[in-house]
Ligand binder design. Sequence first.
Ligand code: ATP
Ligand code: MG
Length: 394
Amino acid sequence: MKRVILIKYGELSTKKGNRNYFINTLHRMISDKLKNYSVKIHKDRARMTILFDEKDLPQIQNIINKIFGIHTYHIATVCDSDNEVIQKTLLEMIQKEAFSTFKIDVKRCDKSFPIPSQDYNRVLGGLLLKNIPNISVDVHHPDLWIHVEIREDSTYIYHNSFEGCGGYPVGTQARGMLMLSGGIDSPVAGYLAMKRGVEIDAVYFEAIPHTSLEARNKVIALCKKLSFYTDMIHLHIVNFTKIQESIYQYCRDDYCITIMRRMMYRIMEKLAKQHNAYVIINGESIGQVASQTLTSMSVINSVTNMPVIRPVACLDKLEIIDLARKIDTYETSILPFEDCCTIFVPKHPVINPRMDICVEEENKFDYSSMIEEAVSSMNTVNVSSEEDEFHDFL
Ligand code: ATP
Ligand code: MG
């Protein structure tokens, strides 16, 4: 029996004007992700079908489950839109299932099919009752809810439903620059931004020798986990050592973190502009640490006019952890390698920083030239779920 993956677009269908753009982006993403499999993908305005080789189904499902823009999908058996063929296929397919109650839901999309939906419901229901012992119809809570969609090209029969990861296809929004640390929050922030269709580049600030190569590897590993949801992520690795050392040499202890983050934002803005990104994305969460109080965020944010999206701003840590587990970044995130945010942490970081003090402290060293240097000496690694190109880089 021939089977296809039948994808319904869900939320996409509310996008009237942009519908084709969304569908084409999703189609491109699916085609690209399945390029190593022998599949035939067909799209129309309401659905997409993927004809697959049965032996590849588990791997293909693993991939499909990480493509945004897919809300639900079904594995449907396909046959000709002919009464006899439909009956034979349905029976053959359903005889393999263990169930006691069922419901048949016929959709006659092809009005040239001679039997109206309601009548055909009864025909097919009768067929099953006659041929399969000890089963009955239950229209409210059936064990098996069998859908029969009769279309011009073919008929699709399915009774299963798989949840996709929802959202919009990555690439339907402009690019954002994700601040990706080795922590728990920022990979989740990246995931949530991608879920809304945002294509991301990632930026990691490192301070070698104060931070280790293991810390960098960990960020690359996290980036790779995120890349399963898109095609490829450019990970920009910024050498932050000189800036960080200068901050600790010249600035007031309690303002070091605030100033460090203002420096990061300044660099982020430059990198975003350089790489056609329209927003900065990060894993800040309101009140999580001193630099994430609303007053801190406002003082830090004031160095850039670029919008900053904080997808986890209003989530509790436990909610963020749940998501991190769901996207399989949690175990990597908790590996104990120090990040540049965790070295030199002052005993009492300021909770309500003052802008004038930040400016005064920052003027104690020539940070502009250091920022230029950090931007121009940055390295980029292309991280994708397939290739391990970055091994050369380590
Ligand atoms: P996470 O928040 O990801 O768990 P963290 O707790 O170490 O990591 P915070 O101090 O909470 O990081 O920093 C808030 C956000 O700033 C991070 O979520 C991340 O987006 C960004 N950030 C922090 N450190 C770095 C870094 N070294 N490189 C890139 N971005 C960073
Ligand atoms: Mg955090």
